[in-house]
Design a protein around this ligand. Structure first.
Ligand SMILES: [Zn+2]
Length: 150
């Protein structure tokens, strides 16, 4: 992922990024795809020195040249953010970690991310559910205590 531009706007930092991917295959038929331009996708990222960060991902779109293929166009995939996610993966981990370890609220985290409460909670709830499903999570625990916050 390359940073093309970073700008400070009132109340947030805006970072424009794109990948350098120049070759990919169609996910349905595997034929080498043809570039079809880029589309900007906006995602909230983890805050920078307490300032909300908006990532503008110039996401590459591709076209399958095979006329018999059911896929016409598709977008690149990257670990930066899942498809249709409103937060980057890093922002989701940051918010979930903060909710677990710090004395904070979803409202405060949403404010730090520059998103509304529901956007923040939806992302945290999904991540927390995945983490709680890890059966090895309590491994090595000798004593269990209850904190008034966690
Ligand atoms: Zn195809």
């Amino acid at each position: 992922m390359h940073v093309l531009k970073a700008a400070h706007e009132p109340g947030r930092v805006v970072v424009t990024v794109e990948t350098d991917q120049v070759l990919t295959g169609c996910p349905a038929c595997g034929v080498v795809a043809v570039g079809h331009g880029r589309r900007e996708h906006r995602r909230a990222d983890a805050p920078l020195f307490g300032t909300p960060v908006l990532v503008v991902w110039r996401k590459r779109t591709w076209c399958c040249p095979d006329p018999g293929c059911p896929v016409v166009t598709f977008s690149e995939v990257h670990d930066l953010a899942a498809a249709r996610a409103k937060l980057t993966g890093r922002a989701i981990c940051w918010a979930t970690d903060a909710l677990v370890m710090d004395d904070t609220t979803v409202a405060a985290l949403a404010r730090h991310l520059g998103v509304d409460w529901h956007t923040c909670w939806d992302a945290i709830e999904t991540e927390a559910t995945i983490r709680l499903a890890d059966s090895d999570r309590p491994a090595g625990v000798a004593t269990l205590g209850v904190d008034e916050h966690i």
